[in-house]
Ligand binder design. Structure first.
Ligand SMILES: [Zn+2]
Length: 293
């Protein structure tokens, strides 16, 4: 509780006592900057500790303080869990395959977008199958591109309908986002298993629970070069980052569907060549998981 009593006086500090309440008031005075030669502006901040000094209220204050600290601690913990790459409350969370074989999966999030044909061409030339986590909304807008992705034998995953963070959302919202997108993915002609990748990698209670009930996997990643600002704007640095961090069973995340992602798009061919040089076989996430120990 604060009570402010500004006082203007020449020559020094004005001390005053404010018996705010009955007892236990603490008076803090600070001598502020001089204004003119003789005048000082004093700001008096009086902190009343009456609550602290009376027994019953002390307990109440302690309880409130502990509750606030606990609440903040739980919020922080849940926030960390919501973005964790290797833990969720329900079901299987995959960020890489547990294998010693030199296999890895290239995964492309969002879209289909304007660069779809270019990405497909690279994959065709390199004879590689990749995994595309598409949003329902964009499949609707670019159904022909989505059909092309399915037609060329790539894996398609569900990346929600509207690319909304699936945290603090109702179970019906989550169900609707996933099912609408599943339907659209099936319209592309894709027949394989549809895994789910949460937008922004965020999940908490309802999303993992829904997927667990449906016996579906949440697929994340263990290599994300674009999350490093000093790397994301340079195709060579992106490639270098992947080449240095690759390990058997890795799942690499890239965003290549939009015009703004030219460097990521340029890195695809380089990443494939670099990993091939290291003896890696590139495949889809579903195929990668078959290599698990
Ligand atoms: Zn996304």
């Amino acid at each position: 509780m604060f009570l402010r009593t500004p006082t203007l006086r020449s020559g020094g500090l004005k001390l005053s006592y404010n018996s705010y309440g009955k007892s236990g008031s603490i008076l803090i005075l600070s001598n502020q900057f001089p204004i003119g030669g003789w005048f000082f502006y004093y700001i008096e901040i009086i902190i009343t500790l009456k609550l602290l000094l009376s027994g019953g209220n002390m307990k109440k204050l302690l309880k409130i303080s502990i509750s606030i600290i606990l609440f903040m601690g739980i919020c922080f913990l849940l926030f960390e869990i919501s973005k964790s790459r290797n833990f969720q409350f329900f079901g299987g969370l995959v960020n890489k395959a547990e294998t010693e074989e030199k296999v890895a999966a290239l995964t492309f999030d969002d879209g289909p977008g304007v660069n779809t044909e270019e990405v497909l061409e690279i994959l065709r030339e390199e004879e590689i199958k990749a995994t595309f986590y598409l949003t329902g909304h964009e499949i609707e807008q670019h159904m022909d591109d989505a059909k092309r992705i399915a037609g060329e034998g790539h894996e398609i995953g569900n990346h929600s309908y509207s690319h909304t963070r699936m945290v603090l959302k109702s179970p019906s919202f989550i169900k609707d986002e996933i099912e609408k997108t599943d339907d659209l993915i099936r319209q592309t002609g894709y027949e394989g298993e549809i895994h789910f990748r949460p937008p922004y990698g965020k999940k908490l209670f309802f999303l993992p629970y829904y997927l667990y009930k449906q016996e579906r996997k949440t697929i994340l990643w263990n290599i994300e070069p674009e999350s490093h600002p000093e790397i994301e704007g340079d195709a060579d640095k992106i490639t270098e980052h992947v080449a240095e961090n690759i390990e058997p069973g890795s799942i690499i995340l890239l965003h290549v569907m939009y015009e703004s992602r030219e460097e990521s798009l340029d890195s695809v061919k380089k990443i494939i060549s670099s990993l091939k040089e290291q003896g890696y076989h590139m495949t889809t996430v579903s195929e990668l998981l078959k290599h698990q120990k």
